[in-house]
Design a protein around this ligand. Structure first.
Ligand SMILES: NC(=O)C1=CN([C@@H]2O[C@H](COP(=O)(O)OP(=O)(O)OC[C@H]3O[C@@H](n4cnc5c(N)ncnc54)[C@H](O)[C@@H]3O)[C@@H](O)[C@H]2O)C=CC1
Ligand SMILES: CC(C)CCC[C@@H](C)[C@H]1CC[C@H]2C3=C(CC[C@]12C)[C@@]1(C)CCC(=O)C[C@@H]1CC3
Length: 351
């Protein structure tokens, strides 16, 4: 009679493993000796030993195939926050996450680690050293965040010691690092179009930017500490670099590192925010006729002009979290990883 081997605790699946964070997570898990399965709607790379399942997380049957013999699942899939497709956010982040939970439970998965976002408590006004007990935003800053709130609630409420299904949510903030498709590319694009000359507000607002390897470290620690008797069950944890930095200093360091000028001229926060809201309404009104994508959306202005940094004391206490890469080293490594976005290289390519 064929005997079925017990699934190994070092076998895991990463839903969204083809994305920016997901791929860094997969690489680290492989380094640490895990056997990894990636589930994603696209395959963006190959790594020896990593199995890829291409599929939509809203498709339970496809998920069930990928989750066979898997005891630990990381869920870091989401449509890009910049999208304005509300139906897609709802379908993937809310309905899809419900499907992920059901598939995990049916497949016998024991631990689910969700990548949530610190923005679930952000309403566009200052947050200084915010703790996890801050209430969810009543008026989330955009629809992406609204669906991240629902997603986090679904995952945390599904935690059940009785059923042997444990869940935890990691809330990173402003993830950056090599291969990030958002922060640095958007910043460079804005600078190249001559729109990075202005500092919104007085420039003193502190913000968390978190190096991707620290976010990965937080996820793996959470997975390894998530046990029935641990305080992590059904809880959310901020994971940051624990070095809040002036938003405009961070932007300037990245820009200058890539050969662009740092922003210099100050504009009043409320003026820029008001213009961004007006532009937003205009784009909505004109949507049937033309598709406009404004650079300064209300969300970006709020993120650029307010304090939003979070305490990771809870992660330090419950899982011994400490950032593994300092902000200084993280910025250097990130800048070095984008040689193709350097001003001199882009200029050369144009001429
Ligand atoms: N980038 C950031 O600054 C922050 C990101 N987060 C969260 O971290 C997670 C990862 O974000 P990133 O790596 O930056 O995004 P990303 O866009 O690089 O990766 C997301 C991945 O999810 C996959 N995906 C999307 N819809 C899917 C579906 N229906 N079925 C299967 N796979 C699907 C995509 O193909 C992609 O590979 C997301 O949950 C995001 O909300 C949270 C805080 C900050
Ligand atoms: C136009 C400029 C004034 C600002 C450009 C920088 C932005 C591209 C980024 C600064 C903070 C970033 C951020 C996110 C996306 C990129 C930024 C707006 C998130 C919204 C990504 C998804 C999240 O869950 C929260 C992030 C907060 C910080």
């Amino acid at each position: 009679m064929a005997t079925r081997l017990r699934p190994s605790s070092k076998r895991c699946a990463v839903i969204g493993g083809s994305g920016f964070l997901g791929r860094h997570l997969v690489e680290r898990l492989v380094d640490k000796g895990y056997t990894v399965t990636v589930f994603d709607i696209r395959q963006s790379y190959t790594i020896p030993g990593v199995t890829f399942h291409q599929g939509d997380l809203c498709d339970k049957q496809a998920l069930l195939k990928a989750l066979q013999d898997v005891l630990l699942v990381f869920h870091c899939a989401s449509p890009a926050p910049g999208s304005d497709d509300r139906a897609l956010f709802h379908r993937v982040n809310i309905d899809g996450t419900r499907t992920v939970i059901e598939a995990c439970q049916e497949a016998g998965v024991q631990r689910l680690v969700l990548t949530s976002s610190a923005s679930v408590v952000f309403e566009g006004t200052d947050i200084k050293n915010g703790k996890e007990d801050l209430p969810y935003a009543k008026k989330p800053i955009d629809y992406y965040t609204e669906t991240k709130i629902q997603q986090e609630k679904l995952v945390l409420n599904a935690c059940s010691k009785e059923r042997g299904f444990l869940t935890v949510a990691i809330r990173p903030h402003g993830i950056f690092g090599p291969r990030d498709p958002q922060l640095v590319p958007i910043l460079v694009d804005t600078a190249r179009r001559g729109k990075m000359k202005f500092i919104i507000g007085d420039g003193s607002n502190l913000v968390d930017f978190t190096f991707v390897e620290n976010v990965v470290h937080g996820h793996i620690l959470a997975a390894e500490c998530l046990k029935a008797e641990s305080p992590l069950c059904g809880q959310a944890y901020h994971i940051t670099n624990d070095e809040p930095v002036r938003f405009w200093d961070f932007m300037s360091q990245v820009l200058v590192g890539l050969g662009y000028d740092a922003p210099r001229y100050h504009l009043p926060y409320w003026l820029v925010y008001g213009i961004a809201v007006l532009l937003w309404f205009l784009t909505l009104l004109l949507r049937p006729l033309v598709a406009i994508k404004p650079t300064f959306t209300p969300m970006r202005v709020a993120l650029a002009g307010t304090h939003h940094y979070y305490s990771c004391a809870r992660a330090k206490r419950d899982m011994g979290y400490q950032p593994v890469v300092s902000l200084k080293e993280a910025i250097t490594r990130t800048v070095e990883s984008y040689p193709h976005l350097r001003r001199d290289v882009l200029k050369g390519a144009k001429s």
